[in-house]
Design a protein around this ligand. Structure first.
Ligand code: CDP
Ligand code: MG
Length: 139
């Protein structure tokens, strides 16, 4: 089984959507291998979104991502990274396919409910911020 990393963003946690999002993930066939709640520091958010440093949306994204608790998860499934990106949907909730997590729970391009890793290297990088390892020891 492959693993990937999913983050429930602050707006979805504060809206009470953690349970709904976890149900979507389990219904889509993902098994939860590890889960933790964390309010990211500025330094952690900067590491998490290092690939977007310097972009026009970077500073407001840092403010948003550090604004409250988030939930990080390691998920297992066949072809987990691509399968999760499909389950999550497009970055802009207005463009996300019906039934995807972002279509159901996203509010705006920034407050789009969840993050999903897009490569094995990013799974390792992002899981390290949440679990302090690549996740292979977690759970
Ligand atoms: O999350 P995803 O990989 O689908 O999108 P991205 O292009 O890698 O952007 C990362 C995150 O930055 C998005 O999920 C949004 O939360 C945020 N973003 C933003 O605030 N404003 C934009 N114009 C684009 C992205
Ligand atoms: Mg991305």
């Amino acid at each position: 089984m492959d693993r990937t990393f999913l983050l429930i963003k602050p707006s979805a946690v504060s809206a009470g959507n953690v349970g709904g999002i976890i149900s979507c993930l389990e219904d889509a066939g993902f098994a939860i291998a590890a889960l933790t709640m964390k309010t990211m520091s500025r330094e952690e958010a900067a590491r998490f979104y290092d690939v977007h440093a310097g972009k026009e949306f970077y500073e407001p994204l840092m403010d948003y991502m550090t604004s409250g608790p988030t939930v990080g998860m390691l998920l297992e499934a066949e072809d987990a990274i691509a399968a999760l990106r499909r389950t999550v949907g497009a970055t802009d909730p207005a463009q996300a396919a019906e039934g995807t997590i972002r279509a159901r729970y996203g509010r705006t391009v920034r407050q789009n409910a969840v993050h999903a890793s897009d490569s094995p290297e990013r799974v390792e990088h992002e899981a390290d911020i949440y679990f302090g390892t690549d996740g292979t020891e977690a759970a």
